[in-house]
Design a protein. Sequence first.
Length: 504
Amino acid sequence: MKTAAVIALLGATMLAASDGAAPRPIACESLTQMSVTNGRVLSAASVAAGAFTPPNSANANATASFATLPAFCRATLKLTPSSDSDINAEVWLPQSGWNHKLQASGNGGLGGAIPYPALAASVKAGYAAVGTDGGHVGGNADFVAGHPEKLVDFAYRAIHEMTVAAKTVVAAHYDARPTRAYFSSCSTGGRQALIEAQRYPDDFDGIVAGDPSWDQMRLYAARVWLNTYVNRTPAAVIPASKYPMIHAAVIDKCDALDGVKDGVIEDPAKCAFNVSTLMCAGDDRPDCLTKDQVETANAMTRPIRDPKSGAMLHPGRYYPGSELGWGGVAGPTPSGESHEGMRKIVFTPGWDYHTIKVPDDVERAVKADNGLLYGGDPDLSRFFARGGKLLMYHGWADPLVSPDTSLIMFKMITERVGSPVANSLALFMVPGMAHCQGGPGTDTFDKAAAIDRWVETGRTPASLEAAHTSGGAVDRTRPLCAYPTTAHYSGSGSTDDAKNFRCQ
């Protein structure tokens, strides 16, 4: 570490300030000479506008999305809060137009990669941006065996460490600390978001937690067992070719309950669809379900229970409107992330998922990580007391992480913290949205702007305008309403225009 060089750089900046001259930030390439807590800056280089290409990217469409990036300084960091830590992080610093704020992003699935698209979106919006691979490389759980500290890093420590380091890098480069710091992510990133508010209330001013899988190990075990149940016999399997038929029947039953027939169920909790109405009168056909398939469909739409004992394995369920995505959990084999977590966190790589025992192995999974991946502590009083804002959202049609996880967490936080949540917590259930994005609902909304506006003004958002796009063009806008309110059509004007709806 070149301590003398750092002192000289900082001294020059202080001297310029004392002389009344404009502050001189540390140049991009010189950031490698500075020190950061529990790590070091590996490299720092200026990137010209549109010149960034994600490492190891083979997807031309994904690469093309970076073509509109403005010029920025790219700093890569190695963070080692423990002797076994190996956390990679990147801080991106806009060369012009910085809004004096920091935007941090989390991971999806089992992490293992820098979230480049999220970093790019943050920089385009004027933020300094930071992201991490979570302390390991590769979207699998190979890192867990024999490396308990790496599991701590993936669970929550990598996010905290990258945030502390990023604030230092930002302050050095711009000669000004960020006036605000935000975190926004979905799924695993939603769990990371909640844990940040729970464990490190001083890291962020505002946090956005989407579709959070906060009871991670219970979810893994329950999804694996559910997969064995829906595949219990060949006759019980619902072919993927029947998902559209089931979905069409659900939409036909419940779409118009909100007064607008648009292919989206505004509040699936009010949809009382009886799947037995689809039962075949005779032989199995493409347009109906056998008795065994009806039982399978019921298992997908109810809290996950042991059919023999009735024991609750997971309180969540998949709601009406999610049918097109059932294959993620109910396919021929368990979802990859759940299977991977059970094999390498709970059991061994050679574990046969067909041998899962309920409820015993579900509870074994809950205990396997010593609570590291559990983000269900509802006491956010420290975060709220310092003015922190938590914006949660979840797709009603999420077929992977049950919408109930967010509804349960919202209720727990409200009951635990009490009246302060009125100005500190908001939940937006997104009609027709699948896991984090996609689906027929209005799944595109500016989360960064929403949390920033809330923090800066102190006004809790009652609604957020969202859009649905087809072929890259917006074809519908709709207000997302703060739970428990929902959008209601005014009775006149286009049903594809948000201004003709109100939240009540």
